[in-house]
Design a protein around this ligand. Structure first.
Ligand code: SAH
Length: 487
């Protein structure tokens, strides 16, 4: 089997390459260090082994020779090994030494390059490392060696003399001696300089100064230092995004990864995903199996959640079993789940609540005998829809397709909650399960709800709802958050 040395990129998890994601998805073991992005570990199979060889600040570090030995041993054991490294594995990351150890041991390896912080971190701060005419080169230098002690091998005179952009990695702690040395080597003291801390992450911070004053800004690691004319450019975009740096808890239903969290991250927020519901099969699964077998006998099948769709289709033999039955979805997410099964919803109401669905069905059917309807849905749910349909003369079968249960509380979650500004709720059951699991006191200051039903559950449980989406979808909720924070 193969050992893959994979570049994880500088921090933003979406900067992993497609090749990196692919090898991670097949990994038996992932060996990672401190600056690798922990959310990328989720891309590995759930049962893959995860080994941290990172140095915790002040803590022990696994020695490089131990890491090499570990890679060799796991490779020889026939495992699919992913060695995940921050940025690019061959840029100041000792990937060369690891590859040499594997080559010497005769273990097959591949290199999956990554996006290096040397280029991407300045980019996220709005600093291009080259500019036509003014910066015709960029030199990436390690700041690991202390120039004041006269040790090391960096030729700072040559670096200063080149006249282009100087990018220093691992230089935060030695910022002052490095800048002094560049000036001593002839660089103008008023040359622009910037230090970008935690680049490409929601806690990114850009400190701007000159080469003479940068050390006064006291940059903290991890930081990428940029010295040169380009460091004066401030094409800020990442730090300007409406939700930049906001810590937002996303209450989500396991096991699906949250689309909301991904969207929030794209807008610069730090999304903390918190499972509040888990799905289990209903008490009485036979009814669902039977309904799926006989679905062709209904006039309409009405779905009120993506989970309802997925659970129902698990028991459907063939899409043709639907026969003449028409299909309604309560909203776009449910319609999208249907589309995954190649079924186009015949009806999606304009507002994504049971009342609107009821009205839309009535409009669709007219005044004849409306017919038979099947509603595969959560075991506990509101009765508005079935009762309304029965009142309108429909022949209604409500079939439990799944049960929502509270997950086991996670002890590390309390800490994350304490630091968060906002919590989002996308359904009444996320509210109920969250409060039952973590308590109403654990709720961050700002509560954002997807719509009136969810809000009213939150009010019932003693929460103040600060933000309510007008469009009751994930994107509606995101717009409401953006409005709130730009106001
Ligand atoms: N292989 C990595 C570099 C490893 S050296 C790469 O190609 O990016 C570690 C140094 O990279 C840090 O000391 C810092 O200078 C820089 N670095 C890594 N991640 C960073 C981040 N998110 N923001 C700023 N600098 C970062």
């Amino acid at each position: 089997m193969t050992v893959y040395l994979v570049g994880a990129g500088p921090g933003d998890p979406s900067l992993l390459t497609l090749r990196g994601a692919e090898v991670l998805s097949r990994a038996d073991v992932v060996i990672y260090d401190r600056l690798s992005v922990t959310s990328l570990l989720d891309l590995a199979p759930a049962d893959a082994e995860r080994i941290s060889v990172g140095k915790q600040p002040g803590g022990p570090r696994t020695s490089q020779s131990d890491i090499n030995a570990l890679l060799v041993a796991r490779g020889r054991a026939g495992q699919q090994v992913v060695r995940l490294k921050g940025g690019d594995p061959f840029v100041f990351a000792r990937g060369g030494e690891e590859a040499a150890a594997l080559a010497a041991a005769g273990v097959a390896f591949e290199i999956v390059p990554g996006i290096t912080s040397a280029v991407a971190v300045p980019a996220y701060a709005g600093i291009p490392v080259t500019m036509r005419y003014s910066s015709t080169s960029f030199t990436v230098v390690t700041g690991h060696e202390d120039p004041a002690k006269g040790e090391g091998s960096v030729n700072w005179e040559a670096v200063a003399a080149l006249g282009g952009t100087v990018v220093v990695l691992m230089g935060a702690a030695r910022c002052r001696p490095i800048c002094d040395r560049l000036i001593a080597a002839g660089m103008a003291p008023d040359t622009p300089a910037a230090a970008v801390q935690w680049g490409t992450r929601p806690n990114q911070r850009t400190l701007r100064a000159t080469v003479a004053t940068l050390a006064d800004t006291d940059p903290q690691p991890p930081a990428t230092i940029v010295v040169g004319e380009v460091a004066a450019s401030d094409l800020a975009w990442y730090e300007n995004r409406p939700l930049f740096g906001r810590r937002i808890v996303v209450t989500r239903a396991q096991p699906q990864a949250s689309a909301l969290a991904a969207e929030l991250r794209r807008r610069g927020a730090e999304a903390i995903e918190l499972p509040t519901i888990a799905f289990e099969p209903p008490e009485d699964l036979d009814r669902l199996v039977e309904a799926a077998a006989e679905v062709g006998r209904y006039d309409w099948v009405v779905f009120t959640s993506p989970t309802g769709v997925n659970r129902f289709f698990k028991h459907l033999r063939d899409a043709r079993s639907l026969g003449e039955a028409r299909v309604a979805a309560i909203g776009p997410a449910t319609a999208a789940a249907l589309a995954e099964h190649n079924v186009v919803a015949d009806l999606v109401p304009e507002q994504y609540v049971a009342e609107a669905l009821l009205e839309a069905l009535a409009d669709e059917v007219g005044s004849d005998w409306p017919g038979r309807v099947l509603i595969p849905r959560a075991e506990t749910a509101r009765d508005v829809l079935p009762e309304g349909l029965i009142a309108a003369g429909w022949d209604v079968d409500v079939v439990p397709a799944y049960r929502t249960v509270a997950p086991v509380p996670d002890p590390t979650v309390a800490l994350l909650l304490a630091e968060a500004e906002v919590i989002t709720f996308t359904s009444s059951s996320t509210v109920t399960n969250f409060v039952d699991t973590y308590g109403a006191d654990a709720v961050p200051e700002v509560v954002a709800s997807i719509g009136p039903i969810t809000s009213s559950t939150a009010l019932d449980r003693g929460l103040d709802v600060t933000i309510e989406a007008t469009d009751h979808t994930v994107s509606g909720l995101i717009s409401a958050l953006e409005d709130f924070f730009t106001r």
